[in-house]
Design a protein around this ligand. Structure first.
Ligand SMILES: Cc1cc2nc3c(=O)[nH]c(=O)nc-3n(C[C@H](O)[C@H](O)[C@H](O)COP(=O)(O)OP(=O)(O)OC[C@H]3O[C@@H](n4cnc5c(N)ncnc54)[C@H](O)[C@@H]3O)c2cc1C
Length: 416
């Protein structure tokens, strides 16, 4: 196999993973980012690697939740009313898929990708150079109410019957012993033992450092400004730091990917879906498991020196504010569950724009018609979980190697 030059645009989880697998094939890889390595949505997310998360956002009841949010500005899932035809189209296409059969089909694709990615991580994260606090402690879905617990029981049954995934049920009385950071008197939980978690910023830093030592070039503060193409062949990239040329180009620009549509002459319907997190120092009773509280839409992640609460999905364009009420809301949402919802010190408040597609599936594959341009984006709420499988698929595509994974379902061609 020839050692080609490859340029990857975007140094988030996805761009770094693409660089890893391309470099492993012997290619000469350069990664450029308009900001810092891992400095955007891949920075302070929950850090969950979750093969259990196979159901897409397009569930039959998502539509009602979305519509209600239009009238509740502080809802966790919120669409800020705005007159933008691209968002209107995105919402319509999303709504069209909020039915059982589309949900199950998207779930089957995500299941295959998540399983393959988790298997890759189990190999990759054995490398001591990838210092990321990775722990295989499973994931607790915690419920304060009997209704919430029972409703999730139905989801668990569906996950078992459709995808062979199953969780352990933990009764309310046994919960505080299983996870001492939880309050007494909760209804119960479901525990998915194959999920794991890590510290995303540490993964990015150590992974990029390891790749850089092996010869991958990272260029920060280098913004892609335009794409030079001869018909359907990319000849080079104009960036804020000069012209770059390669044999292959991988566009892993996360929530910004939609902006590449005209340069690549194809539809890339990706909207930024904003989420927030607050990271605090260790309370006296530190959570020992990663947890999700679906009734309040929050995730809680324990790290070595603190813990993080994260949530929200706002469709509000590229709004970069972090309103105080959103951070208070994260902490207040944890009150019905955690003994100490607020840690001694707030270390970081953060937002990230998730790259959201209307069918909840990533966009991985050749740009339609182009012979040397690939897209690796649209990972919605699962970019960390899906990073290795994405990198592997991109390396397969560059090598023109067949794959057993459902590449057609995630191909950019589905929008074009
Ligand atoms: C609150 C929250 C919690 C989350 N929790 C989880 C979780 O637990 N598990 C999980 O799997 N996923 C989680 N996610 C989702 C995950 O964070 C995203 O799916 C993932 O970070 C997307 O990675 P990416 O590399 O595509 O995008 P990004 O990390 O945003 O990277 C894209 C990069 O492209 C660069 N770029 C864009 N345009 C250009 C340009 N023109 N020139 C040069 N560079 C450019 C940007 O600067 C950026 O660094 C969470 C997200 C949020 C908001």
């Amino acid at each position: 196999m020839s050692a080609d030059r490859v340029i990857v645009v975007g140094a988030g989880h996805i761009g770094i993973a693409c660089a890893h697998y391309l470099h492993a094939e012997g290619h000469d890889v350069t990664v450029v980012d308009q900001g810092r390595i891992g400095g955007a949505c891949s920075s302070a997310n929950c850090g969950f690697i979750v093969p259990s998360h196979v159901l897409p956002l397009t569930t039959p009841d998502a539509l009602a939740t979305g519509l209600m949010s239009l009238f509740r500005p502080r809802a966790a899932f919120r669409v800020r009313p705005q007159l933008r035809p691209a968002l209107f189209r995105w919402m319509l296409e999303f709504a069209r898929r909020c039915n059982r059969s589309d949900m199950l089909a998207a779930g089957a694709t995500l299941h295959a990708l998540l399983e393959a990615s988790a298997a890759e991580y189990r190999g990759l994260l054995q490398d001591p150079a990838l210092d990321s606090e990775w722990q295989r402690k499973g994931m607790l879905f915690v419920f304060a109410t009997d209704e919430g617990l029972a409703e999730f029981g139905e989801t668990d049954s569906l996950l078992t019957s459709e995808y062979g995934l199953s969780a352990e049920h933990i009764a309310g009385e046994a919960l505080a012993e299983f996870e001492p950071a939880l309050l007494d008197g909760l209804a119960g939980a479901w525990f998915y033992e194959d999920d794991s978690h890590l510290r995303p910023d540490r993964l990015n830093a150590s992974w990029a450092e390891r790749l850089a030592r092996a010869g991958v070039r990272f260029i920060e503060d280098c913004c892609l400004e335009s794409v030079d193409s001869n018909g359907k062949h990319v000849a080079g990239l104009d960036t804020s730091t000069g012209q770059l040329e390669a044999e292959h180009y991988v566009f892993a620009a996360g929530a910004w990917s939609g902006g590449l549509a005209s340069a690549l002459d194809c539809r890339i319907p990706i909207e930024p879906g904003k989420g927030y997190s607050v990271t605090m120092t260790c309370p006296e009773t530190m959570p020992s498991h990663p947890m999700l509280m679906p009734e309040k839409h929050i995730g809680v992640t324990p790290f070595e020196d603190g813990y993080r609460i994260a949530s929200m999905m706002e469709f509000a364009g590229f709004d970069a504010s972090i309103p105080d009420y959103r951070i208070r809301q994260l902490q207040d949402s944890a009150r019905p569950y955690l003994r100490e919802p607020v840690g001694p010190e707030v270390v970081e408040t953060w937002y990230g724009w998730r790259p959201m597609t209307w069918d909840s599936l990533p966009v991985i594959g050749r740009v339609p018609g182009f012979d040397n341009a690939l897209l690796a984006t649209g990972h919605n709420m699962l970019g960390l979980s899906l990073a290795p499988v994405t990198g592997k698929l991109i390396a397969d595509l560059v090598a023109e190697r067949p794959t057993d994974l459902p590449l057609e379902a995630v191909s950019p061609a589905r929008f074009n």
